[in-house]
Design a protein around this ligand. Structure first.
Ligand code: BGC
Length: 538
């Protein structure tokens, strides 16, 4: 899905103050910096060109040194990988490309030894059409699995989030099944109690294996009570009004929460596909989700200090408890190109903000070394189903191949999915052979090995900033004071009990001298700030 630009357009600011439940109750996840690993692209141990658990295990020391305390693994369950694992074929089996159950258990145990928790991505809105459930369901109307999915004699006008209609005709029965995403990703019927039971069992299975929580994929899409109502269409574009945020979604989430709460200290972050902060915050409450992915920073299309400041204000004024803080993910273009203009200092200044602001930071793999976008030069180079679908739709609509490529690339999420750059050896130390998606050409200079040797590198900056966040309760739990923007100088204080930390970031041009007051000592940076300079005082 193209959350970055299409599903979640750029958030409009809501200025009313609704600080609900500003709880400072301590939990591990409020103290953690998270790190998202896109499974196929992180580290390949067996030379098949795909990342795997053993490869990732060998890289846990990197994450420990970086200081992260939580890892979010994108889907690793059995899948034909039409959408790289977001099309799950079995909720119990690990895809052999990534290893087996023992590899998974070892990985979690090794992460735990290093004080790092592991949460897994759970895709509960849909399954692959290759799943046993769907294959059975397709056998006929009387099959016991038929009602696991959503079938209609006549489709409504709902469109897929990947483009094109959201209904596919089944040749055998003549009925249509519903798919919010690709035609090979069929939506589960959450009004069937049997589906709920099956999902709850699967969640218990993974909790028993030791996962510390879940990232729930498109979780506000689960139910479809309004299926009889067409979505409105304005200026030729469909508005997703009736196909998301339906009446039963919260009830469904409660059933997931209840299972997670059978276990101690587990965490749920939900991906809510919505641009409306009023909707987002409804799901972040006791009995539902601990936090949601609010796309405040993630939706910023290009750099603007004012915009960043407004989004900070919006999070503070509108998100109950803790917002999530992230600039990138596997669905968005990389920060380095989108916001930092390929300037590692600017990328680090943005990281400083993410790691000192109030909320739960999520770093996307490769951000710590300043990895860049990868752009498909031909349609054949596109791996992402969304990019490919938009390319095809453009061709079908009569666009010429060059224009269709632009359209495809605009929606192509491969941009941020190229292999992690570990060192200067062939294939960047990611694999011993050509990977499923090409390695970025700058890997000789932009890689972990090289950057850790350079004292002032972006990587070492990330380490220092994360170490600071890990050691300072004020950065984990502090409230804001004096959040302000003045001539591109963004500053705020974080106050916790008797501690105060002051953060000043110069996003403007030219040198700025700051006078933080006599009693404060500098924790990071200097009091003369050049462009993109950061100073943190205690
Ligand atoms: C994931 C996407 C995926 C979609 C469908 C999104 O939220 O982040 O990568 O394509 O859900 O599962």
């Amino acid at each position: 899905m193209r959350f970055y630009a299409s599903l979640i357009p750029f958030l409009t600011l809501v200025t009313s103050f609704t600080a609900v439940g500003q709880s400072t109750q301590k939990t591990w996840w409020k103290e953690s910096v998270f790190y998202e690993i896109y499974m196929p692209s992180y580290a390949d141990s067996n030379g098949d060109g795909y990342g795997d658990f053993k490869g990732m295990e060998a890289k846990l020391d990197h994450l420990q040194k970086l200081g992260v305390k939580g890892i979010w693994l994108t889907p690793f369950l059995l899948s034909p990988k039409v959408d790289n694992g977001y099309d799950v074929a079995s909720y119990y089996d690990i895809d052999p490309v990534y290893g087996n159950t023992d590899d998974f258990k070892n990985y979690v145990a090794e992460a735990h030894k290093r004080g790092i928790k592991v949460i897994m991505d759970m895709v509960l809105n849909h399954t692959s059409t290759e799943s046993k459930w769907f294959k059975e369901a397709s056998k006929g109307k009387d099959n016991p699995y038929r009602d696991y999915y959503i079938w209609r004699d006549k489709p409504n006008n709902w469109e897929s989030f990947f483009g094109g209609p959201a209904w596919q005709k089944d040749p055998l029965s003549g009925q249509y099944y519903y798919h919010k995403f690709d035609v090979k990703m069929a939506d589960l019927n959450w009004s069937n109690p049997q589906v709920v039971k099956e999902v709850q069992e699967a969640l218990r299975y993974w909790l028993n294996l030791g996962v510390d929580g879940f990232r729930l994929d498109v979780i506000n899409f689960l139910t479809t009570e309004s299926i009889l109502t067409d979505n409105p269409v304005k200026e030729g574009k469909q508005e997703h009004q009736y196909d998301i945020d339906q009446a039963g979604v919260k009830d469904a989430i409660q059933k997931i929460r209840a299972v997670v709460d059978e276990y101690k200290d587990r965490f749920i972050v939900g991906e809510i596909g919505s641009d409306k902060i009023d909707i987002l915050k409804q799901y972040q409450s006791p009995g539902l989700l601990d936090v949601v992915f609010n796309f405040n920073f993630g939706s910023i299309p290009s750099f603007s200090t004012k915009r960043i400041y407004d989004e900070l204000q919006s999070m503070e004024n509108n998100m109950p408890g803790y917002p999530t803080l992230f600039f990138g993910s596997h669905d968005m273009p990389r920060i380095m190109d989108r916001l930092a203009g390929n300037d590692p200092e600017k990328a680090l200044a943005l990281a400083a903000l993410m790691l000192t602001a109030k909320g739960i930071p999520f770093i996307y793999y490769g951000e710590e070394i300043g990895m860049r976008n990868t752009i498909a030069k031909t349609p054949e180079e596109m791996r992402d189903i969304q990019g490919k679908t938009f390319y095809k739709l453009a061709i079908d609509a009569g666009k010429n191949p060059a224009a269709a490529l632009v359209e495809g690339n605009d929606h192509n999420r491969d941009k941020s999915r190229s292999p992690m750059q570990w060192d200067s050896s062939p294939f960047a130390g990611f694999s011993t052979r050509q990977s499923w998606i090409p390695v970025n050409s700058d890997f000789d200079s932009v890689n972990v090995e090289r950057l850790q040797q350079a004292p002032y590198s972006i990587l070492n900056g990330y380490k220092q900033l994360i170490a600071l966040r890990n050691s300072e309760k004020a950065l984990q739990y502090g409230r804001y004071k004096n959040l302000q923007l003045s001539n591109d100088l963004l500053s705020f204080e974080r106050i916790y009990k008797k501690e105060k930390i002051t953060v000043v970031i110069n996003f403007g041009k030219g040198m700025r001298k700051i006078q933080p007051g006599k009693k404060l000592r500098i924790l990071y940076g200097t009091d003369v700030l050049v462009e993109n300079g950061v100073a943190i005082y205690k």
